[in-house]
Write a protein that binds this ligand. Structure first.
Ligand SMILES: [Zn+2]
Length: 70
């Protein structure tokens, strides 16, 4: 007798850790980009593409500020 499919029982629900909405499909981000854009506390979590875009915008603003001379 089987106790159920471990692949199904061990899989956590994929909801975005930031906004809590269900993860909409797969999107692939290069690992170095992910580490650069996503805050450390979220890097091992599920982040939806919309929240990734939000973080990316924030990072671009930060990088822009860093590059601007005072
Ligand atoms: Zn989200």
């Amino acid at each position: 007798m089987k106790l159920g499919d471990p692949l199904l029982t061990l899989r956590p629900p994929r909801t975005c850790i930031v906004c809590g909405s269900p993860h909409k499909g797969d999107f692939k981000i290069p690992n170095d980009v992910w580490i650069t854009v996503i805050p450390t506390e979220y890097q091992n979590k599920v982040v939806c593409v919309e929240c990734f875009g939000t973080f990316a915008c924030e990072k671009q603003i930060e990088l822009f500020r860093v590059h601007r001379p005072l």
